[in-house]
Design a protein. Structure first.
Length: 563
């Protein structure tokens, strides 16, 4: 049954972005050193060499390996795929006669080579004589191998599934449950979380065994690739996005816990997981952005009264994902000014066209507001862009006040969307809004914008309702950074409460200070600095006071008598 699952999955893969993607994982788990992959040569002629690697053969000698991959419609070797242009025959000849050298690798150019034709299908019997005769003619002294579906199933089972994803009965059960329930309504990452923990716990870093590290992180990458594949088949990429968040965050916490953020092999393999994570985001966002750009594009037309809740929640969840991805992609070295400007314009247009953003329902929506303002201000922007963003905050502030007047509800403090849903018609007794971090964030933004009328209106409503204004601060500890990537911070946060607002905005700007010293996290010193944003966004942990300094941050003087 286990082999059947592996075979069914492998047979379903297409050459582009699927078989091409997972095959290098197998080679690395087998101990090969990868020299080049299809990703390195996209858009260029590969001359029958999709993957190039260095590894030992059955004779124990070191070889250059040239792997040519065929999948999808070309996965079976038959008369058509054999003779067609750029088919089986042409690819094998190109691999044999087109030279590939790499002077950067010592002795690479002197190694003997092997050519391997890899296909997740079969050799049709009617074509067998033709194929075998061709191979005998071109490779009379050997040096050629064919890795077909049966062999691939055996290799993937042996090196990745049986040793990692199917390493015990619990893992096997969790794997099956994950795939079976993947497209079920309300899918949760519980089974994926447990499967990730098992994989990481089985990896013994003390031995400094590179093969074991390769298998562990490749297995997580393969798990994510399989979830992605099944999500694509179900035309629902949300589970893949959610699973990718968990795999990346929990693995990074594990890396930090074991002090491996500077280990080259760990970072190299983790980078591949992050690459797939970001590719999933691209696919997910590309499906939704065209809709979101339209007028009320994120609204479910013909929806029931539930859209009063679902529409704003959908808007904020999508904006979190969009801002996170743009923050990463706009900071890549190859991004030009046009890409950055287009990203900013997409964000602002989606914001303008979807009124759901103007009805914040959860206290944690303060995170979105901070990410939004931070993104727009840190990107090259015009005076018109600032006017657009401030017009949005004006409408949002007025709607917050109107909702309190009409429904007696500020954003729900605990981020409990169920209580928001229960309160569509009448406020639920369990709905909590007597305290608010959201309102304090909004006050800061209004003060930064010097919007005196908005400050006055919102302050009057806050005074009238006696809502407890709050600001949260992280409690510094040795494992705070690790916990940031493991779960939502709660006990690790301290809250300043009962903040009183002065009557005038001028007084507020003079008196209001957030006394806080920035915490020096290891993550910010790596190329994965953006994972801190992912952690706050995914777990809905309040952003730390220094994330967006609008002029109210005041460092604590450690030698002060008051401290």
């Amino acid at each position: 049954m286990k082999h059947r699952i592996v075979r069914d999955y492998l047979e379903s893969l297409k050459e582009d972005k699927e078989l091409d993607y997972i095959f290098p994982m197998l080679l690395e788990a087998m101990g090969f050193r990868i020299v080049a992959t299809p990703r390195n040569s996209k858009g260029q002629s590969q001359y029958g060499k999709d993957v190039i690697a260095i590894g030992k053969g059955e004779d124990g000698l070191l070889y250059r390996w040239y792997f040519e991959l065929k999948g999808n419609a070309a996965k079976d070797i038959n008369d058509t795929t054999f003779y067609i242009k750029d088919g089986v025959r042409d690819s094998i000849l190109a691999a044999k006669y087109a030279k590939y050298d790499d002077s950067s690798i010592p002795s690479f150019n002197k190694l003997p080579h092997k050519i391997v034709f890899v296909h997740n299908g079969i050799l049709v019997e009617n074509t067998r004589n033709t194929f075998e005769g061709f191979i005998k003619q071109e490779f009379p002294n050997g040096g050629f191998e064919r890795w077909h579906i049966e062999l691939l199933t055996e290799l993937f089972s042996k090196y990745l599934f049986d040793e990692c994803l199917f390493c015990d009965d619990e893992s096997y059960t969790l794997f099956k449950k994950t795939l079976v329930l993947l497209d079920a309504p309300g899918w949760k990452t519980t089974d994926v979380d447990r499967l990730i923990d098992i994989q990481l716990n089985h990896c013994n870093l003390d031995k400094k065994n590179h093969r074991e590290i390769a298998k562990c992180l490749s297995s997580l990458n393969l798990l994510l690739a399989i979830i992605y594949k099944y999500s694509q088949d179900a035309k629902n990429l949300l589970p893949a996005k959610m699973a990718s968040d968990r795999i990346v965050l929990k693995t990074w916490a594990w890396i930090l816990k074991n002090n491996k953020e500077k280990s080259k092999i760990v970072i190299d393999f983790f980078s591949k997981v992050v690459d797939l994570h970001l590719n999933i985001y691209i696919s997910y966002l590309q499906k939704i952005i065209p809709l979101a750009l339209g007028y009320k594009g994120l609204y479910m037309y013909r929806g029931s009264d539930s859209e009063r809740v679902c529409y704003p929640l959908r808007c904020y969840a999508f904006m979190n994902d969009l801002l996170y991805y743009y923050m990463v992609s706009c900071n890549l070295k190859n991004r030009n000014k046009q890409y950055v400007n287009d990203a900013k314009n997409v964000v602002l247009k989606i914001l303008q066209n979807n009124s759901g953003f103007e009805v914040p329902l959860l206290d944690s929506h303060a995170i979105t507001l901070q990410l939004l303002l931070s993104f727009v201000l840190r990107m090259p922007h015009t005076e018109k862009d600032e006017e657009t963003i401030m017009e949005f905050f004006k409408r949002l502030t007025l709607n917050v006040i109107i909702r309190k007047n009409e429904k007696d509800m500020f954003p729900e403090l605990h981020g409990n969307s169920k209580q928001v849903a229960k309160s569509i018609y009448k406020k639920s007794p369990e709905y909590s809004d007597s305290s608010s971090l959201f309102l304090m964030t909004l006050i800061e933004i209004i003060a930064w914008a010097d919007a005196e009328p908005l400050y006055t209106m919102l302050r009057e409503k806050i005074e009238e309702t006696k809502v407890n204004l709050q600001v949260s601060y992280p409690i510094e500890s040795e494992d705070l950074e690790i916990k940031l990537f493991e779960h939502q911070l709660y006990d690790e946060m301290a809250v300043q409460t009962n903040i009183k607002l002065p009557e005038s905005l001028e007084e507020f700007n003079k008196s209001y200070k957030k006394r806080y010293n920035s915490i020096d996290f290891r993550t910010t010193k790596t190329k994965f600095w953006f994972l801190a944003i992912l952690a706050h966004k995914h777990y809905q942990t309040d952003l730390f006071p220094d994330y967006m300094n609008l002029g109210f941050l005041e460092p604590i003087k450690l030698n002060s008598q008051n401290d």
